[in-house]
Design a protein around this ligand. Sequence first.
Ligand code: PMP
Length: 400
Amino acid sequence: MSGGARAPTLPAMRPLVMIPGPIEVDDAVVAALGRSPKSHLDPEILETFGRALDRLKDVFLAPRGQPFVVAGSGTLAMEMAVANLVEAGDRAVVVDIGYFGARMATILERHGASVTRVSAKPGAVPSSAEVAAALDAAPCKLLAITHVDTSTAARADVAALAHLGHERGALVVVDGVCSVGGEELRQEEWHVDVALTASQKAIGAPPGLALLVASERAVEAWRARKTKVGSYYADFGEWLPIMQAYAARKPMYFATPAVNLVEALDTSLGLLLAEGMESRFRTHAHTARAFRAAWKALELRPVPTTEAASANTLSALYYPQGVGPTLVGAVRAEGVVVAGGLHAELGPKYFRVGHMGLCRPADVLATVGAIERALAKLGHAPQAMGAAVAAAEAVLAAEG
Ligand code: PMP
């Protein structure tokens, strides 16, 4: 070699994706995607699809629920819930804890509902008394709750709020896009009529599938409609026979399912259930505690205003004084992808780190280290470099 020693150029490494969805997925899930698509009526797909539906009931803890798996994103799952349960003139109450609560209100209004929003400041959740008062103000058909609002990392107390709605006869819809598979959610026990999510979150598959589980009560409410569902593709009437056919391992067609994604979903649900739901809830809580210890060491202020209202599936953190959205790029340069802000009011003041699904202790440490180094490069070196990693490590090493 001439010209003296030079550091060898390393091939660019794939960064670690730590945004609140899409998330890192298991190799077995990726492998399920890399095959030539089978017929949607192939006996193997009938088995895989049917098993995925069975598994969804286990993940949602809804043994008597009716699962729906439809190609689309989480927003389609939201719209399916609304389109099938609401008729023009129905009143709905939305527990609005951020960007996605506002989206739910918009979808409800689009389908003719009159909406009362019970809102909270960014990072906070409304009290049970406020929600009860809104429910009691006039007859209410539907109560919508965002379990974790991904824009603020605030978490609503679904068990308590669903109880309020249920005892007043409202249908309870939970947007669990940023919670199902990570946060404790017991659909049947908590009287949740529709719980919904998307494949790219804690479920652990790539984006592309809307996932929804309806209670018997929700299906009855859809059957009792006086008017047609205002969306053809989202109509339970089209999908229910298909889901029932797949559950019975029988062929039936309405619209071509995303067969590769269904195979990937079945694989990810199998991995999730092999761990078990109770362990899943504990692991997410443990991981979140490790991150919170690191944020404290880095003196990063969380957006959620209380510990009880803090999600286990992601963190939202205000930038320190003098640091703005450039931090996201600086962290990316350290090999980890985190997300900027999403909440209209908070906009560029904060960033978000996803920690749901496949988030191993090594990923926690890599992420905290990358943020620590990026802050230091932007002139915000912590008092003791490595203290945040050590704080996370101490929690990870302790019993979960
Ligand atoms: N609700 C919540 C809580 C979400 O986090 C998201 C996605 N980030 C959605 C709904 C919408 O899902 P999608 O982007 O898959 O349409």
